[in-house]
Design a protein around this ligand. Structure first.
Ligand code: PAF
Length: 295
């Protein structure tokens, strides 16, 4: 595995490989890798000749009161996991390498520069609700960094996890809006044995919080079962689930049933739906979702 810090060198290496017809798979991460990330790496290994994983804790996607400084950084451990999976390139740029223009005031998220020819971009609409409402500037930061990373990596398959469902939908739309040379491959959520969606933030949970956190997926799966029975309206089922969730976790930021493509809130049943939630267990913000599809 080659470990590369310089965007220019990574770009050049991948240009050379593509000239030899190699297909490139790219897995962007912020490190603190778990089995969810590793499943993306495995998918990339299966479907491409070369796999690139980036580890970059992107400052512009964290709000001023969020966990940027305490976000887990375990580079040595991550490196070993990726070596074991025979990743070809580990890209770990510096903040200067990705943002040579600087970051503005400390803690301030930058406004991504959107070239005028994409002023009709659709991704900002997808980024408005759900997490976007509670984390202002977050998706601008994500879109900024992912578009910069894709410029460096070049033509590739891009692997994203469905746990960050809104992020995956926003990035897929951004790739379309800007005509970037990437095929977005969204991979299923990987869960712990008790159903908790794997997340780098799970390590913040105390033992007692960890037990409460497993309720999140349990209520989502119960909601899915109830929706498929169609015995009550969507609204009643949603409120019922919200009440149940609130019994176990702290603050629930949102629980919504939306169209899986447009992320518009649904009032009536339709063939495909997505139920998404974000809530706090102690001080840890966790997200999860289930896709619901009538046969
Ligand atoms: O999901 C993440 O880890 C990050 O949001 C991403 C996509 C690597 C961008 O920083």
């Amino acid at each position: 595995m080659k470990i590369i810090k310089s965007p220019k060198i990574l770009h050049q290496e991948l240009v050379k490989l593509r000239l030899r017809d190699s297909k490139v798979g790219f897995v962007p991460t912020m490190g603190a890798l778990h089995d969810g990330h590793l499943s993306l790496v495995r998918a990339s290994n299966r479907e491409n000749d070369v796999t690139v994983v980036s580890i970059f804790v992107n400052p512009t996607q964290f709000g001023p009161r969020e966990d940027f400084s305490k976000y887990p950084r375990v580079f040595g451990k991550d490196k070993k996991l990726l070596q074991r999976l025979k990743v070809d390139f580990l890209f770990c740029p510096s903040v200067r390498g990705i943002y040579p223009e600087g970051l503005g005031k400390r803690g301030q998220t930058i406004t991504p520069c959107l070239p005028p020819f994409v002023s009709n971009a659709k991704w900002p609409r997808l980024a408005k609700g759900l997490c976007g409402k509670f984390r202002p500037g977050h998706f601008q930061g994500v879109v900024t960094v992912v578009s910069k990373l894709l410029n460096i990596v070049g033509s590739c398959r891009l692997y994203l996890g469905a746990k960050d469902y809104q992020q995956a939908v926003v990035i897929r739309q951004m790739v379309k809006d800007y005509g970037l040379n990437a095929r977005v491959r969204i991979q299923p959520i990987v869960r712990e044995k008790d159903g908790l969606a794997m997340s780098s933030r799970n390590r913040y949970l105390s033992q007692e919080e960890r037990l409460r956190a497993r309720k999140i997926s349990q209520v989502l799966f119960a909601l899915k079962r109830d929706v498929l029975k169609r015995e009550k309206t969507l609204n009643v089922l949603k409120n019922q689930t919200l009440t149940e969730l609130k019994k176990h976790v702290g603050q629930v930021q949102y629980l919504e049933i939306v169209d899986p493509v447009t992320l518009i809130r649904l009032k009536k049943f339709q063939r495909g739906m997505a139920a998404l939630t974000a809530c706090f267990v102690g001080k840890t913000r966790l997200i999860d979702n289930v896709i619901i599809r009538f046969p």
